[in-house]
Design a protein around this ligand. Structure first.
Ligand code: PMV
Length: 330
């Protein structure tokens, strides 16, 4: 009997070398390679049920019907799956996460990585990691990195076949920790999808893209050699460059708030005093502060005392996206 339902979980990831801007927006072929760390302990779980009675897909988030934009995005992803598998089945998708939405932790990466696993199983598509990574990319670019645990590179490629992520070091390679400083949980006014389209309007984007491979190599080496100081320099530079592109797009995107800058300044000061800390910021005001596991408690305490920091969410390096047993009905 064909499998009609599947459950999978995936972790979010934080980009150390950022993805911002596409060569091809429709197929999410990025302008440059990127590199991330998968975030353990935080996860999104997707339970997918193909149902012949349904006339359209139905997305539930944390038990409630999802807003129309989220429904449309998931349906668009499942359209690829239907075309690719030749099976015209609609699905009920139940999504739940153990981290707050709007916390500055990209929920779309974990959600689409888990959805790629669950839908590949239900629709009979290949479930090898490379194929899953390509599929996840169609939902959200950064999701292709969440298929793997540890430290992951997205090879940008030129087309669907050549654009997928690969692992560069396993989770246990280096005990880094991400302390996410939540400054605002307000929904971002410009989505990253829209931001990628605007990237090409910044005069700084060609320079950022052209110099990205060099930063990625420095970052890769810093990870492989567990060299925190090298990592800190290149991670902050890359984040600052992405935000420079955002701020000089037309229209400009300013994701930082005053409190964002306060955290950045403190982190830089602590590092100058000898602490192993650095920051990186995605498309929002919240600051990801990276440190070593042995310093995490101290850094978390310090961050939580800074004015404007609502909460600090701590995540170690995490594992790959996995299938889990379907829950038996009670
Ligand atoms: O995967 P998207 O379309 O949500 O874009 C992610 C963009 C950043 O988080 C800002 C950078 C990245 O590489 O994750």
């Amino acid at each position: 009997m064909p499998i009609r339902s599947a459950t999978a979980i995936a972790h979010p990831n934080i980009a150390l070398i950022k993805y911002w801007g596409n060569l091809d927006d429709e197929w999410t072929i990025p302008s440059a390679n990127s590199l991330s760390m998968t975030l353990g302990e935080l996860f999104t779980k997707i339970h997918l049920i193909a149902d012949e009675q349904l006339e359209c897909d139905l997305l539930m988030i944390d038990g409630a019907l999802a807003p129309p934009a989220a429904q449309a995005r998931v349906s668009q992803f499942l359209d690829y799956v239907r075309v690719y598998s030749g099976k015209a089945l609609f699905c009920r998708i139940e999504s739940s996460s153990n981290f707050p939405r709007g916390s500055g932790i990209a929920s779309s990466a974990a959600a689409f990585a888990a959805l790629a696993l669950a839908s590949a199983k239900v629709f009979g598509l290949p479930t090898d990691p490379q194929e899953l990574s390509r599929l996840a990319r169609l939902g959200s670019g950064s999701a292709c990195r969440s298929i793997y645990g540890g430290f992951v590179e997205w090879i940008g490629g030129q087309d669907h076949q050549s654009s997928y992520a690969i692992p560069i070091a396993p989770p246990q390679h280096w005990a880094l920790v991400d302390c996410v400083c939540v400054i605002s949980t307000a929904h971002k006014s410009v989505s990253s999808r829209e931001g990628h389209r605007l990237a090409k309007t910044s005069p700084l984007q060609p320079c950022r893209v052209q110099s990205a491979p060099q930063r990625l190599e420095i970052c890769r080496r810093a990870i492989l050699e567990r060299d925190f100081e090298q990592l800190a320099q290149v991670v902050e530079l890359d984040s600052n460059l992405m935000h420079s592109v955002m701020m000089t797009s037309q229209p400009p995107l300013f994701y930082w708030q005053a409190e964002t800058f306060v955290v950045m300044e403190e982190v830089r000061r602590w590092r100058s005093e000898g602490e192993a800390v650095c920051y990186t910021i995605d498309a929002g005001p919240n600051v990801h502060v990276l440190t070593l596991a042995e310093c995490a408690q101290k850094i978390q305490d310090r961050l939580s005392h800074l004015s404007g920091v609502q909460e600090v969410i701590v995540a170690p390096v995490g594992g790959p996206a996995v299938f889990v047993e379907d829950e038996k009905p009670a």
